[in-house]
Design a protein around this ligand. Structure first.
Ligand SMILES: C[S@@+](CC[C@H](N)C(=O)[O-])C[C@H]1O[C@@H](n2cnc3c(N)ncnc32)[C@H](O)[C@@H]1O
Length: 269
């Protein structure tokens, strides 16, 4: 494999998609921060914050009593955006570290809390990335990852091209060493890097074509269809068929999209 390429990039389309996605799943992440009682004074690191939809609220949570938030982001465009967003005094405790996670040197035993949402599914060498983060956690510190267990995803009516789409999408991620079902592998990998899994919480959403969860799925599967179509068993022709089937399903009053499962997996050092 050539150097890892982050397959979704940082186009204006992706910026908008991330903003919409953040609204759909906001409660999931806020709920995780609440359960873990993340608050003022915590020293935190977020990996892959993108446009900061979880990073900015996290920064506000930990502000005060010596609280700190570092963020490692590989995209120069997102990193610049985050630097601009955090220029003011309320964000004086925030630092943007631009670069690939493995290339950024992190202080050892420094963080109370490390967080990553929808980042590990893209990464090759997951254990190496986790080891890097585990070293940076204080003893007793927490690593929380929100990521996919993609298999439960489904659509009704059952579209004939759906299984082809799912396989091609998985192949797109795998082309860069990623895994759309990464979440279920995390507890074992946590153990290998010296973390004890203390929480696994599942999330899913189900909705008709009129709901945000359907629109969220469409923004991904229709928005990135040209890229997915480059991977077997899809072809441009089957991709076009999938699009027709999807659009027809939207007119079905009983249509349903069942989201991938997302797991919050939390480990303690
Ligand atoms: C799907 S986006 C998720 C953004 C954000 N966490 C959210 O939930 O909205 C994945 C983000 O991870 C970043 N990323 C991917 N691989 C990375 C790496 N190796 N090091 C640092 N950031 C990375 C991408 O640039 C992108 O901003």
């Amino acid at each position: 494999m050539a150097k890892y390429e982050y397959i979704l990039g940082d186009s204006s389309y992706e910026v908008k998609r991330l903003a919409f996605q953040a609204g759909v799943w906001r409660d999931m992440t806020e709920g995780l921060f609440d359960r873990l009682k993340v608050g003022p004074g915590w020293k935190c690191l977020e990996v892959g914050p993108g446009t900061g939809t979880t990073m900015l609220p996290l920064a506000r949570r930990v502000r005060g009593k010596g609280g700190r938030l570092d963020a490692v982001e590989r995209s120069p465009r997102y990193a610049e955006y985050l630097r601009r967003k955090t220029r003011g005094k309320p964000y004086a405790h925030v630092r943007i570290l631009e670069g690939e996670l493995l290339d950024v040197s992190l202080e050892r035993n420094a963080y109370d809390f490390i967080f990553a949402r929808w980042v590990f599914l893209f990464l090759p060498k997951v254990e190496e990335h986790l080891r890097h983060l585990a070293r940076a956690l204080k003893p007793g510190g927490l690593l929380a990852i929100e990521d996919y267990h993609r298999d439960p995803m489904a659509i009704y009516p059952r579209l004939p091209t759906w299984p082809l789409l799912v396989t091609a999408d998985r192949a797109w991620f795998a082309s860069q060493g990623g895994d759309l079902n990464i979440a279920g592998r995390l507890p074992k990998l946590f153990r290998r890097v010296g973390l004890k899994t203390i929480e696994i919480t599942p999330h899913t959403k189900v909705g008709s074509p009129k709901t945000d969860v359907w629109r969220w799925a469409e923004a991904y599967f229709i928005g990135y269809l040209d890229q997915i179509a480059k991977f077997k068993p899809f072809t441009p022709k089957t991709a076009a068929r999938f699009k027709r089937e999807w659009l027809a399903a939207k007119r079905d009053p009983d249509a349903l999209f069942i989201s991938p499962m997302i797991l919050d997996v939390v480990g303690r050092k």
